[in-house]
Design a protein around this ligand. Structure first.
Ligand code: SF4
Length: 240
């Protein structure tokens, strides 16, 4: 079995605990309006790897994983190549390497469930908490995410919640409150809002895609901190 990898980032400190190697898989079915990696969308392309080739490359970094680090598979959308990721995670765990899956959780089927058996942490990027706005933002229905999240709750899968704070689209009290409500019952170990940024705009233009958020400015640090605090407050209410 072969997997198609868009790129590999060594020793990132953002996508999971500790220092990590982040593997970005090729292909994504969503079309998030703020996506900064539209070059990952097509299934065609990327570098071909067998799971054994990928683990041989990554295990060289094991000395850096000592303090809770490991490997994160991101994208694109890694669930599009879930069989490959499962085989790769199996090999990673055999090497004692912590595995994290950074996903939009857009679907749940038997293959997804098998992959989660070898996933130590899911980093779940919830694009929006209302189904109509989710569709408007991603061009994809929300039901797959709801199924994926329900299954994670049932098996108490360790989860990090992520959402991009997009001024005018996700920065409303109702949206944040509903987001917290959505996570009720999840085994949540971290929740973070990431600031919208415009670093991907040039890629959209180069690929000939129409970028629709041109007038949106990134949130200030103070705005981000305010919404982050609100999210944490609502999440605490889930525990009462
Ligand atoms: S899920 Fe990620 S890669 Fe796919 S369109 Fe959205 S931001 Fe881009």
């Amino acid at each position: 079995m072969q997997g198609y990898v868009h790129s590999i980032e060594t020793l990132g400190a953002l996508d999971g605990p500790g220092l990590r190697v982040v593997v970005f898989m090729q292909g994504c079915p969503l079309r998030c309006r703020y996506c900064h990696n539209p070059d990952t969308w097509p299934m065609a392309g990327g570098t071909e790897y067998a799971p054994t080739q990928l683990i041989a490359k990554i295990k060289r970094y094991k000395p850096y994983f000592l303090h809770g680090g490991g490997v994160t598979v991101s994208g694109g959308e890694p669930l599009l190549q879930q069989e490959f990721v499962k085989e790769f995670f199996k090999l990673s765990q055999k090497e004692g390497i912590h595995t994290a899956l950074d996903t939009s959780g857009f679907k749940l089927d038997d293959g997804t469930k098998e992959l989660l058996e070898y996933t130590d942490l899911v980093i779940l990027d919830v694009k929006h908490s209302s189904s109509a706005s989710f569709y408007e933002l991603t061009g994809h229905k929300m039901q797959g995410l709801l199924n994926f999240l329900a299954y994670c709750k049932k098996k108490q899968q360790p989860l990090w919640l992520r959402q991009v704070l997009v001024p005018g689209l996700t920065d409303s009290e109702e949206q944040i409150k509903d987001l917290a409500r959505l996570m009720r019952g999840a085994n949540l170990t971290k929740a973070e809002l990431l600031p919208y940024h415009t670093l991907g705009v040039k890629k959209w233009q180069a690929l000939g895609y129409d970028y629709t958020l041109e007038d949106v400015q990134p949130p200030s640090a103070a705005e981000l901190a305010k919404w982050q605090q609100l999210l944490e407050n609502y999440l605490k209410e889930n525990l009462k």
